[in-house]
Design a protein around this ligand. Structure first.
Ligand code: DGJ
Length: 731
């Protein structure tokens, strides 16, 4: 074997260092990532893509190194060289200068993966699952050390990256930019794919070709946001769902982020991702460290669907944590769209009784149970029971609901403060604000300053005492506004621009504490629907309320887009009333459920107002979901027809052993006089036979995948917003 023929037969992963060539070859399942230490001591990027057995290093031009950096791939480029692309980092010294030169010092290859201090990240359960490379870079003049970390997993074709900054000098440093990753691609023939939107239309899929210059998405809103998700992908040439090369980047972070692709004059592409440098500056005193969040990078050689399956797998098994990670989730009823703020004990128990009779397993009491909260103008921060509405208290309600055979769950919005609250009266400076400036209200509320230790402690104690006061099995953790006038009354002048990141660190500390104090509680995160649907939150809470938009047709797009990165089990999906409260659309009860089945299923409507016939239908839907929810938890997801480009949507789930599957087809508007139509299924075993449970017909897996499953649309009973669902079992 040639010394550069790296692949060890028995292992899927390995990180090799070729001493002579000073070259690192990081191999994981199906993928290689290669860089070396260039003659100037900087790590230079060489390759990321399909797995290579060996890599013969090409010669780089040997003239003035600073000059040619502009065309060279780099791993963690600096600002201030003749490379005029955006750098991965920028540090300002106490003399005001911003030029640094990080050079390779040493490296370490270790088994497993260390935790990121204070930040969520993918993890290992056993050190044999992964290998980590740590490359130490030094700039002695600035007193700066940066450790670049790369982890590869044996079971997932991903590579994770992060950077740790240390001040090893005698003087302070300011970090102006500290991104988590930089990847230089040798070409620019890519589409930039992003998940964008707004409240009630989150994570719509948008694709545009790269052109010379910069394309970026970001958040400056304090949370990851409805507007942009901390995810981007590059699609090579005509790559699509099932073919072509795709490079996916997902940031494990819930705050301000930047994801950027820059095409230079040589048509090379630089991708950078991390904490948004905009309005960010972090003071690093002598001896202090700064850890960037982690980026999870996925390479797929067969389109977007494979990329998504990889993200789903690693996020479900090695990012989400806790007891519920591997458990089927309870079917829930949430009272929000059923009652909004207008409820009392009797109304809640009546709704719960109806729910339990229909087979629902968890009752969630949403906003309005605390303080003096009868609308959204008051009481955030006052976490004690609203005795006017619920004189018997939460324990009574929880116990009554438990007696009905259901679990009880509760809504909180702990990160907020209403100006009309006892808390604000006592601590008017506990919110994010700048003295002397306006405090802009959004939904009549302000954001608590989680960069302050005492605010975090307050939240932990308040939430804990409520959770201890009754038998609470589930928490919905909401966050209904983004930040403005960002500043902290507790931070000194030279640290004001740390506020937004310190907030996120405070939030993570709170979540770590509460989720470990209450390991038996199922947590669901929410931010005005899907305003913080990101991997950072998924680390603490295994499910997220996908969107406040519960319309089945809008949900097709939202759930389809969300599935690009996030596993189905992480997406809260509820059947709600018609006309729909967000868009006024009337869709059949069947369609509403057929869409919600492909997520974490529940109801959010006044069940007591349904007709007997509808109640019977709901009962059957719940039974059906219970029979397929293991598939929703563990199955592989295949997108078949895209709601962003056509009148129809289709998708399916297939169990790992390919014994079972669940497929669905949705028609938006009815077509007059439709022709024959069929969809080609995916992921089945071509050699197996499958029975369609609803019709008892048996087909070969090959037949269903290559010839397709015919959809019978009766032209005389056709209508808008129709859905078809099939459960398949191998025979
Ligand atoms: C926004 C959430 O997304 C809704 O589901 C609901 O909990 C409201 N907040 C309550 O204020």
């Amino acid at each position: 074997m040639n010394k550069r023929d790296y692949q060890k037969e028995e292992m899927e992963i390995a990180i090799y260092f070729d001493q002579e060539e000073k070259l690192f070859h990081i191999q994981s399942k199906d993928m290689s990532y290669i860089f070396d230490i260039m003659d100037n001591g900087q790590p230079g990027h060489l390759y990321w893509g399909k797995k290579l057995n060996a890599f013969r290093k090409r010669k780089r031009p040997a003239d003035d190194f600073r000059g040619i950096l502009t065309a060279l791939g780099q791993e963690y480029p600096a600002y201030g060289t003749l490379d005029y692309r955006y750098p991965a980092y920028q540090v300002q010294r106490d003399n005001g200068t911003t030029i640094t030169e990080l050079r390779y010092d040493s490296h370490q290859i270790i088994k497993g993966k260390e935790k990121l201090k204070g930040l969520p990240a993918t993890y290992v359960e056993d050190d044999d699952e992964a290998e980590t490379l740590k490359v130490r870079l030094l700039d002695p003049l600035a007193g700066l050390e940066v450790i670049l970390s790369y982890t590869v997993y044996s079971d997932y074709p991903v590579i994770t990256r992060s950077a740790l900054f240390k001040n090893t000098g005698d003087r302070y440093l300011y970090i102006l930019r500290a991104l988590s990753t930089c990847v230089d691609f040798p070409d620019s023939d890519y589409y930039f794919l992003q998940l964008s939107g707004a409240w009630a239309r989150e994570r719509n899929l948008i694709k545009r070709p790269l052109l010379p210059g910069v394309v970026s998405i970001d958040s400056k809103r304090g949370n990851s946001s409805h507007e942009q998700n901390p995810f981007m992908a590059l699609l090579k040439g005509n790559a699509d769902e099932y073919q072509g090369e795709v490079y996916g980047f997902s940031l494990v972070y819930s705050g301000n982020f930047l994801a950027q692709a820059e095409v230079n004059r040589y048509n090379q592409t630089r991708v950078t991702m991390g904490i948004n440098p905009f309005d960010f500056r972090w003071k690093l005193e002598k001896g202090e460290e700064f850890q960037t969040p982690e980026v999870v990078m996925v390479y797929s050689d067969s389109g977007l669907n494979k990329m998504s399956q990889v993200f789903h797998n690693i996020y479900r098994k090695r990012l989400a944590r806790g007891k519920y990670r591997d458990l089927e989730r309870p079917v829930l009823i949430n009272n929000w769209e059923a009652t909004y703020f207008d409820f009392n004990t009797e109304k809640i128990l009546k709704l719960a009784r109806e729910a339990s009779e229909l087979g629902i397993e968890l009752f969630v009491l949403d906003d309005g149970w605390f303080g003096r909260r009868n609308d959204d103008t008051s009481s955030l921060g006052d976490w004690y029971v609203n005795k006017e509405k619920l004189p018997e208290g939460l324990k009574y309600i929880a116990d009554e609901i438990n007696k009905m055979g259901m679990k009880f769950g509760l809504w909180f919005e702990p990160e907020m403060i209403s100006p009309d609250s006892r808390l604000y009266e006592k601590h008017p400076d506990w919110c994010i604000h700048v003295p002397g400036r306006k405090r802009s209200l959004l939904r009549n509320q302000l954001v608590l300053d989680l960069s302050r230790q005492e605010v975090c402690e307050y939240i932990i104690e308040q939430v804990s005492s409520i959770l201890e006061s009754a038998n609470i099995s589930y928490v919905k953790w909401d966050m209904n506004r983004q930040m403005s006038e960002i500043g902290s009354a507790a931070l000194p002048a030279d640290r004001q621009r740390e506020t937004a990141h310190r907030y996120i660190l405070g939030l993570y500390r709170i979540l770590e504490e509460i989720t470990s104090r209450f390991p038996d509680i199922l947590f669901e995160s929410c931010a005005g629907g899907g305003g913080r649907f990101d991997p950072g939150m998924l680390y603490y809470m295994p499910q997220t309320w996908t969107s406040d938009n519960t319309d089945a047709i809008e949900r097709l797009k939202i759930q389809y887009g969300t599935s690009l990165v996030y596993p189905l089990i992480s997406m809260g999906a509820h059947v709600s009333a018609v006309p729909n409260h967000q868009v006024g659309r009337i869709t059949p009860l069947k369609t509403r459920a057929d869409v919600a089945f492909f997520g974490n299923f529940g109801y959010e409507l006044d069940l007591t107002s349904l007709s007997q016939e509808e109640k019977e239908e709901v009962k059957k839907q719940i039974q059906f979901y219970k029979s397929v929810r293991r598939l929703v938890l563990e199955g592989n997801f295949y997108r078949l027809l895209d709601p962003f480009t056509g009148n129809n949507t289709a998708w399916m789930l297939v169990s790992e052993d390919r014994e079972e599957a669940l497929a669905a087809y949705y028609q938006l508007l009815a077509e007059p006089n439709p022709g024959r139509y069929s969809i080609k299924l995916k992921g089945l075993d071509p050699d197996k036979k499958y029975r369609i449970v609803e019709t008892d017909e048996v087909y070969g897996g090959d037949e269903l995948m290559y010839a397709g499953l015919e959809i019978e649309i009766n032209p005389f009973r056709n209508h808008d917003f129709r859905s078809f669902i099939w459960k398949l079992e191998s025979v």
